[in-house]
Design a protein around this ligand. Sequence first.
Ligand SMILES: C[S@@+](CC[C@H](N)C(=O)[O-])C[C@H]1O[C@@H](n2cnc3c(N)ncnc32)[C@H](O)[C@@H]1O
Length: 355
Amino acid sequence: MDKDRVKAFTNKVFGDMAGAMSAGLGYVGVKTGLFRAMAGKGALTPAQVASAAGLQPRYVEEWLRGMASAGYLEHDPATDSYRLPDEHAFMVASDETDHFMGGLFCMVPVLMRVAPRVAEAFRTGGGVPFEEYGRDGIEALDLLNRGQYEQRFASHWLKSLPEATARLQAGASALDFGCGAGAVVLALARAFPRSRFTGIDRSGESVAAAERALAAAADSAELALRVRFAAQALADFPAGEQFDFITACDCIHDLAAPVETLRQIRARLKPGGVLMVIEPKAANTVEGNAHAIGTMYYGFSVFHCMTQSLAQGGPGLGTCMGPAHIGELMREAGFGRTEPLDIRSNVLSFYAVRH
Ligand SMILES: C[S@@+](CC[C@H](N)C(=O)[O-])C[C@H]1O[C@@H](n2cnc3c(N)ncnc32)[C@H](O)[C@@H]1O
């Protein structure tokens, strides 16, 4: 046995455990408002942080030590004070923006809560149904994606689809399939005031969250004239109802009957229309996914995406479908052209799919 390899691997396991604990501490930082309480304030003593956040001093003190040890905070031993650097605050105390990373931490308890059941499913088969991730799961998914949908979709991502943009500007009908908590529908409805938007999702709890988001919007009266959400299958839409533009964001890999569902989506796309697919960014090979984001996505897959599809008797496509697999699926569903869109992102891949 190579002793250096044993040593290196020991360090790696400790590093991974440290990462898991840092993510858990990060979750606490987002959930309790600790990151926000420290942002832009410079060096603070534990008592000052506890007071600013309105939290229990002893918990805050231990959290500060852990986050300093993890490199999230800077500690000054002379004054026993802690500082959240501006660059870190930009990522973790920036809720509602397209650079907020705190939504990732919120996935941790949602995913780890089901870990014993997932381990059991390795023996018994089946999985954990989407519904059992609960409202927390829907909120975490929303938090993960919403900032980007609100701040990048219409203004940046759609630049790569000028013909769809022109149709939406002129007044079109659009569908967001698997709409979750409704962020894509609401963002696009605001950007294209002449168009009508429908969001559908098989999860009633997600549609309820989308309806709450619509009702809470400052411009809800105007939006409500052009936006509808439904926990409805495409097959139940009126015969012949079709859309100029369809989006499927972070959901194709979750499908329980992907080819059949994509065929239904195709049947609802008007001639000349575009289906825009957004999927987690992944390579076609295991080696191509051997990096931090790939590892994170395989974890999301085992603890959520693959597992909720297997729970419905689906194929469990998993989070890391590379472009080759996506192209194959689209072909099988009858689509003629699937083209990757040239949109820069560390975590997402974009495709335009046409009849
Ligand atoms: C990972 S979530 C993404 C939600 C949202 N699109 C977003 O990007 O934040 C996947 C969504 O697809 C929905 N979904 C899965 N299978 C579906 C189906 N057959 N019909 C409609 N929605 C489906 C799930 O209920 C879930 O809300």
